[in-house]
Design a protein around this ligand. Structure first.
Ligand SMILES: Nc1ncnc2c1ncn2[C@@H]1O[C@H](COP(=O)(O)OP(=O)(O)OP(=O)(O)O)[C@@H](O)[C@H]1O
Length: 367
């Protein structure tokens, strides 16, 4: 028995995706269906595929469904974003819903791990309420000076451990920066992004302020963020805020793909009891959240004294060679790159990023 188009429309209607259909052909029991997904994320397309197959099986059990799901970039997403930063291939924003969950520590160690993988990395400390990168990278006295590039005056980032860094902390005392609000802070940040001479970068990591606010909106309007990494502890109140953070990036008007969630302070292992794990903030909270809302889980970081000490002395822990801690960060960086490569592979060529190799290798840029 051949099904009718109306029956097909009804199934799509019930799934709430009628307007994602581009073509439907019925040939005997075969139904050829072309669907356009608004999300480039592979796992979301997989979810869509499963939902469609189940719905057809249930409602049109004899149909032999031939599904073709493609990705369509949302025009609205393009409208809100500024033009690409010349020379910068990928922009990763690191966010957290709640303050103090270790977002800046993750940003700094992510930047170092990406650099250890052979990528050219920049780091923008956009945490105007508490810029910490000058301390974390031991460059508090660093002063970005101006350089002439093609007849224009540009800000030259401070370089530490091979990472090009700009922070509002270089331009103002921390206590001064803390009172910056709204347009003033946004203007200073935009200037740091736009007027910096970043040179060629594979990744610009942006350490966002905690929460979801004006600064976040200002940044997503300034630059097309390739993907966001959301940091949370496993604690319930942190998770609720992390969910809001993910929600902000996934809003239709913002539409920044979330590369994944990192669980920081996942557990504590005392030195004298190396096989014991104490789940001080709860167990697997961020991992479960990632599963629940369908975004990748990038990995967990234990509470380790040396991570805090390394941040305080200005030598990020990921710089260590072959330690458990440096491997933890490297694993997260690899997962973030994997997530980003997958995301970029599904975008049209003009925005596609030319990273052809995975963790531990180099980008095309380095060929
Ligand atoms: N895995 C960890 N183990 C031990 N200490 C950690 C870990 N992660 C972060 N810390 C420490 O926790 C504190 C808060 O970290 P961090 O400043 O990175 O948080 P944040 O989320 O960026 O904070 P803010 O809301 O101020 O931006 C710092 O003292 C840092 O050294």
């Amino acid at each position: 028995m051949a099904y009718t188009r109306d029956q097909i429309y009804q199934v799509l209607e019930e799934l709430g995706i009628r307007n994602w259909m581009r073509n439907a052909q019925v040939m005997g029991n075969d139904i050829h269906l072309d669907i356009v997904s608004p999300s480039p994320a592979m796992h979301e397309r997989k979810r869509l595929e499963v939902a469609l197959k189940n719905a057809f099986k249930e409602n049109l059990p004899e149909a032999n469904l031939k599904l073709n799901i493609t990705v369509e970039a949302e025009p609205k997403a393009q409208e809100i974003k500024g033009s690409d930063l010349p020379g910068v291939k990928n922009i990763i924003a690191v966010a957290s819903g709640k303050g103090g969950v270790g977002k800046s520590t993750v940003s700094s160690n992510l930047a170092i791990s990406l650099s250890k993988m052979g990528f050219k990395v920049g780091l923008l400390d956009a945490d105007i309420y508490g810029p910490s990168m000058p301390i974390m990278f031991d460059c508090e006295d660093g002063r970005p000076y101006s350089v002439e590039v093609n007849g224009k005056t540009k800000i030259k980032p401070v370089e530490s451990y091979g990472i090009k860094i700009l922070s509002i902390g270089f331009f103002a005392d921390t206590d001064q920066a803390i009172v910056w609000r709204g347009p003033m802070a946004a203007k200073a940040l935009n200037q740091m992004i736009r007027d910096a001479h970043w040179g060629d970068l594979d990744f610009l990591v942006i350490d966002l302020p905690p929460g979801t606010g004006d600064i976040h909106l200002s940044i997503v309007q300034q630059v097309p963020i390739t993907g966001a990494v959301v940091v949370s502890t496993p604690q319930n109140i942190a998770l609720a805020d992390a969910k809001k953070g993910v929600g902000m990036f996934q809003m239709e008007a913002i539409n920044v793909p979330v590369l994944g969630i990192v669980e920081n302070m996942a557990y504590f292992t005392p030195e004298e009891l190396p096989n014991n794990k104490y789940y001080i903030f709860g167990q697997n909270g961020a991992k479960n959240l990632a599963d629940q809302i369908g975004v990748p889980f990038l990995g967990e970081i234990p509470i380790v004294q040396s991570i805090r000490e390394a941040a305080d002395v200005g030598r990020p822990a990921a710089l260590q060679e072959d330690t458990v801690v440096s491997e933890v960060y490297m694993n997260i960086a690899r997962n973030a790159v994997a997530s980003l490569v997958e995301r970029n592979n599904t975008l049209p060529p003009t925005e596609a990023v030319r990273i052809t190799t995975m963790a531990g290798c180099s980008s095309n840029n380095n060929k």
